[in-house]
Design a binder for this molecule. Structure first.
Ligand SMILES: [Zn+2]
Length: 100
């Protein structure tokens, strides 16, 4: 059975799945339930549409980094809601966001 690699579009989580060719593609991230896209696996037949295709698909290093940062921020905010200590920090973060 071929191994398919998926990447979550919302949290950047990458996972592999053993599936038969006839099995429907995985659509949901096991971590966050977000939508996933299938990565181009080793040895699978892919038609590259122009030279930009590969670069576009693997630009995800930056994307993954961004997603990770976003997740970290979300975690911070969750904590901030529970402890009053984090509130000031949260506000500061929001201000910084507005400025940029
Ligand atoms: Zn996810």
């Amino acid at each position: 059975m071929p191994t398919y690699e998926y990447e979550c579009k919302s949290c950047g989580y990458v996972f592999e799945k053993f599936q038969s060719i006839t099995a429907p593609p995985c659509k949901v991230c096991p971590k966050c339930g977000g939508g996933v896209r299938r990565l181009i696996g080793k040895g699978s037949a892919v038609i590259f549409k122009g030279s930009g295709f590969y670069a576009t698909d693997y630009r995800s290093e930056e994307y993954k980094k961004k997603a990770k940062e976003e997740r970290a921020e979300n975690k911070k905010e969750e904590k901030g809601e529970k402890t009053t200590k984090g509130e000031g920090e949260q506000r500061k973060e929001k201000k910084e966001k507005e400025r940029s």
